[in-house]
Design a protein around this ligand. Structure first.
Ligand SMILES: Cc1ncc(COP(=O)(O)O)c(C=O)c1O
Length: 375
């Protein structure tokens, strides 16, 4: 990225001088790198400022060109959930899919939603015909409990029903297998900072054939990114995103094996040295680097304060003196002591064995101390 922040500071849309050509060339290399990781074509990649923008562009963009119901899971990131709520407030029909206790969406429930026929029911007192489904949005993997969704099966069902499938692939790419064609995905959002790339750089995959997906742009301006996302391109960010994708594509299996091994070690230490712990989310269908555990009888906010050197996050927040589980936990019916004591550990490419041992030492000691105090 550095050369593009320093001397190669050209505008990728400037066609009249070498600085512009250099920048454009760098952007096109990055487009190929992003496309290669997703098994897409370079012309199907639209650069954005991150997954929040990609998600907004996908949902509002489809809503702007296609009539019909919008469907999403209730445990999506706020960039999907709140955008859907916004679209509902503007009059669109939005439906939410059921989630099981392990955080997965059953493709059968997607089939049911897609199959709600206008002719269902008694002809005389039949309700008004259900509109066709414009878009289904289901994340590839969840950002809290790391659960992986059966995207390929959902994609097949959507394709069969003529509904477009968007997936917020932010948490899954570079960690698990994902192929936009084989998974029957029409739109996919990604962001740089979840794959060791820069913050403020992301992309949206928009299918160009079988079928060609069209979008209403969020912004109007110049013709950059085929007019779908106008504005001067963030060349250093795009270069960084491209390289992060390239490294993920090459390192994915190694990274996953590394994360799995370290996660296994952390889990082993915690479960042998502590009792009253519960794993949240699906035990197998989960991101290799995600460990989401509830330490029963402990308040996660207090626990995090007791272990400030380990960067983890909690599954519940305290609002007005009450413990409020996150929307994801609520969707899986996780509440009470399980939500109050929920902690997410994230393990990545650069996490070391020593860090895992140290994290285990600190958490075991802190949980024991807090439980003694609470008695
Ligand atoms: C699943 C998911 N979607 C969307 C986002 C938003 O990404 P960004 O902050 O790059 O806009 C995140 C980031 O945490 C995420 O985890």
């Amino acid at each position: 990225m550095r050369p593009f922040l320093e001397d190669r500071y050209g505008n990728a849309s400037s066609r009249t001088h070498a600085h512009g050509w250099q920048a454009e060339e760098a952007v096109e290399i990055a487009r190929k790198q992003v496309a290669a990781m997703l098994h897409a074509e370079p012309r199907e990649i639209i650069f954005t400022s991150g997954a929040t923008e990609s998600n907004n562009l996908a949902l509002k963009g489809v809503a702007g060109v296609r009539e019909g119901t919008l469907i999403a899971s209730p445990m999506e990131h706020p960039a999907i959930h709140d955008t859907m709520e916004h679209l509902a407030a503007t009059g669109r029909t939005v439906r939410w899919l059921p989630v099981d206790d392990l955080g997965q969406i059953d493709p059968g429930s997607v089939r049911e939603e897609l199959g709600k026929k206008p002719t269902d029911g008694d002809a005389c007192d039949a309700p008004a015909p259900a509109p066709p489904i414009a878009l289904v949005s289901v994340m590839l993997a969840n950002n809290e409990i790391g659960v992986i969704q059966p995207i390929r099966e959902i994609g097949q069902l959507c394709e069969h029903a003529g509904a477009w499938l968007h997936t917020d692939a932010t948490q899954g790419i570079g960690k698990i297998a994902f192929d936009v064609r084989a998974d029957h995905v029409h739109l996919a959002s990604i962001t740089g900072h979840k794959i060791h790339g820069p913050q403020g750089a992301g992309a949206l995959y928009v299918r160009r054939r079988d079928p060609e997906v069209t979008l209403a742009p969020l912004f109007h301006g110049g013709g950059q990114e085929r007019g779908i996302r106008p504005g001067t391109l963030n060349v250093p960010g795009i270069v960084g995103l491209g390289m992060a994708c390239e490294l993920c594509r090459i390192e994915q299996h190694k990274d996953a094996a590394h994360a799995l091994r370290l996660r296994g070690r952390l889990w082993e230490r915690l479960t042998t040295e502590l009792d009253d712990m519960v794993l949240n989310g699906h035990p197998e269908a989960r991101l290799p680097g995600n460990l989401h555990v509830s330490f029963l009888g402990v308040d996660s906010q207090t626990l995090m304060m007791a272990v400030p050197d380990v960067s983890v996050s909690a599954g519940a927040a305290c609002s007005s003196g009450r413990i409020e589980p996150s929307r994801t936990l609520r969707a899986c019916r996780i509440g009470g002591a399980r939500a109050a004591g929920a902690i997410r550990f994230g393990i990545g490419r650069f996490t070391t064995e020593d860090e895992i041992e140290r994290a285990a030492d600190l958490f075991v000691a802190a949980v024991k101390t807090l439980r003694t105090k609470n008695r």
